[in-house]
Design a protein. Structure first.
Length: 69
């Protein structure tokens, strides 16, 4: 119990800081939530397309260099 009393200022400051950061995060999410979700969807589609293209290109170079299969 004495440890809690000794560190009560730090605990209260941590609680206040966490509350403030959480509140700011919710405000940002309210303003930019829609665009963030759409950006994530678009980036996922573009990233998957790019990954498929890169796998296709790598498979072509593997077929050219691997003569045993």
């Amino acid at each position: 119990m004495s440890d809690l009393l000794a560190t009560q200022n730090v605990l209260f400051m941590s609680l206040g800081t966490a509350f403030l950061i959480g509140f700011v995060f919710l405000l940002v999410l309210r303003c930019f939530g829609g665009p963030m979700i759409w950006a994530a969807i678009i980036l996922l589609i573009l990233g998957t397309g790019y990954g498929g293209y890169m796998l296709f290109e790598i498979s072509k170079t593997m077929l050219e260099t691997d003569k045993y299969f």
